[in-house]
Write a protein that binds this ligand. Sequence first.
Ligand SMILES: Cc1ncc(COP(=O)(O)O)c(C=O)c1O
Length: 424
Amino acid sequence: MVDFKAIRGEFPILDQEIHGHPLVYLDSAATSQKPECVIDAEANFYRTINAGVHRGAHELAARSTVAFEEARAKVAKLVGANAEEGQEEIVVTGGATAGLNLLATAFGNASLGRGGEAAKRFALKPGDEIVVSRAEHHSVLLPFQELAYRTGATFKWIDLTEDGRVRTDNLDEVITERTKVVAVTHVGNTTGAITNVAPIIKRAHEVGAVFILDACQSVPHLKVDFHALDVDFAAWSAHKMYGPTGVGFLYGKRDMLEALPPANFGGSMVELAYMDHEAQYMAPPARFEAGTQPVAQVVAAGVAAEWMMNIGLENIEAHERSITNELLKLGDIEGIRILGPRENKDRIGTVAFDVAGVHPHDVGQYIDAQGIAIRVGHHCAQPVHRHFGLYASNRASSGVYNSVEDAQALVEAAKGIRKFFEVE
Ligand SMILES: Cc1ncc(COP(=O)(O)O)c(C=O)c1O
């Protein structure tokens, strides 16, 4: 039995009052809080081994390089990826957004003929198709929409069911022989719905398309194995999985990474550089890690990955499911509509809701006055909100440190909103 109360005690930030109430943090989909071990790992790196990695012949540089690569291996283990030297499948990025832009830029470079024969599988031209879903965060939607504009490819999307799930009943129509790239979220950041990705990946591969998974909202909450899923690429951020800000990871199947041309250029990614002819770039992952990396943050993200694995992803999932149960009771309140699946099945504890007649910013302030932190706005997913006939909403989202009581506190507070604003 995991003692989740003790786990909550590992988060110093949660031990405070907001507006005279104990803090209830229900905004983990935006960013998670950090346990003491992650905070310490980052500080200790600076205290004891700070040095540039993969360069310098001194002992500190050697130690920081080992710490950096060990962190990569821990992160790889969390998502079922390879980490052996020469077979690495995890690239360090500045976050999910940076990882997704890296891919879109690299595909654009391949479309210009960069990367040679091997990179042709990523090249796009007019008539080719890029497919996303309407559930996407803007960090998937926009880089791939821009890629379509740059290459002349056609931009298409898979629509949603009434309750906000990515549809899988018309995949043959949307993903066609012309489709070259399919990018879909694993879990909707507004709806909390877990996408049934298997048929989408199967269809993408059937037509020879590259499949990219946005794993931002799945890796922190579910046991994820990229090999088992058979995704070609996946991107996510460390700060949503109890790690630091400013760092994220891009998974790529080894053969995909080897074929992909670089997107960012500079130090530490080049084998040979000349004035008068083309450079020779390093093998992955270094090819994609130009410049000085956020080493302390990567080391701390490795600690976060290990910390999650020690708790057990199945345990995290089960614990958060009990919180989701309570959060879904928001939908039982008169005048409140949940944007996403109502049943606690194939979803996580991210529950967006609309309060009839009350602007989300007013809702957020009312809830905040009671010490409860939720997100309001469009959550960087405007097309999802349009699907529900809205521009913005309120969103509660759980983390491993939340309790059923936290969710109950929100539901109790929500019962008073419409009365307070005199709309009932
Ligand atoms: C589903 C999803 N994708 C991508 C992102 C972008 O992550 P980041 O802002 O850390 O780059 C987020 C963050 O909110 C997200 O929820």
